[in-house]
Design a protein around this ligand. Structure first.
Ligand code: CTP
Length: 224
């Protein structure tokens, strides 16, 4: 199968030397890419700025801003069988980007932020022929928030993780996830290294995609 995986943070510039970003390390997305390649799948990896070596064999596309990741996903989504939106995409960007460095003044400073476009929501289409997997990073009410994202973002699967814990989730080498399927099923993968979690996820995504596409009589491209 052809996997399109996004990973890492985005950066929204404020001025030439400053930006808004988040703590995503990219480790989960890179682990999924690595495991998918090991399992014989083709991988296009759209990555924000991270300190990780790209897995050998992945077609790497580097992005910085939410507009760049939006365009890259739209450009490649129609050629994939499974889209895994693991990237931590910024929800807001500065309304105005200063062309010169904003100078320090002895007064408070306000930044006006504008909402960015939601990539998952933009892929809504009833004839969509690829599995759409979203991730949900939650600090509270994990199940309710993940279920809401599954519906409002029109995902087939949502992988939710609790990012309030220091020993799991963002920046950590470990994770614990709960998977919510559009069919109503849920599945928990208990705390383990991200590579182990990734192995389970890739198996689940391939199986679920196959089931979905068998139903729709869509031919899935296999690598020979
Ligand atoms: N996502 C997206 N486009 C955005 C923001 C997020 O496609 N502009 C995707 C992420 O890649 C992830 C999913 O939406 O797969 C959920 O991201 P998350 O940060 O958990 O949720 P948000 O939609 O940002 O909502 P909130 O910050 O309120 O939890």
């Amino acid at each position: 199968m052809r996997f399109l995986i996004t990973a890492g943070p985005t950066r929204e510039p404020i001025d030439p030397v400053r930006y808004i970003s988040n703590r995503s390390s990219g480790k989960m997305g890179y682990a999924i890419a690595e495991v998918a390649l090991e399992a014989g799948h083709d991988v296009v990896l759209i990555s924000g700025p991270v300190n990780l070596d790209p897995p050998r064999g992945a077609h790497l596309i580097s992005i910085l801003t939410t507009d760049e990741i939006y365009d890259a996903v739209h450009q490649h989504a129609h050629g994939c069988d499974v889209l895994v939106m693991c990237a931590a995409v910024a929800d807001y960007k500065p309304k105005n980007v200063s062309a010169t460095k904003i100078k320090k003044r002895d007064a408070s400073l306000s930044l006006e932020l504008f909402p960015t476009r939601d990539i998952l929501s933009s892929l809504q289409n009833k004839d969509r022929q690829f599995l759409v997997v979203g991730f949900a990073a939650e600090t509270n009410d994990l199940e309710a928030n993940a279920q809401r994202k599954l519906q409002t973002k029109h995902c087939d699967v949502i992988v939710a993780n609790d990012v309030s814990r220091a020993d799991s989730g963002m920046e950590s080498d470990q994770n614990e996830v709960t998977i919510f399927f559009r069919s109503g099923e849920t599945k928990n993968i208990s705390r383990a290294p991200k590579k182990i979690i990734a192995r389970e996820l890739v198996k689940i995504f391939s199986k679920y995609a196959r089931k979905m596409f068998d139903k729709k009589n869509v031919v899935i491209t296999e690598r020979v």
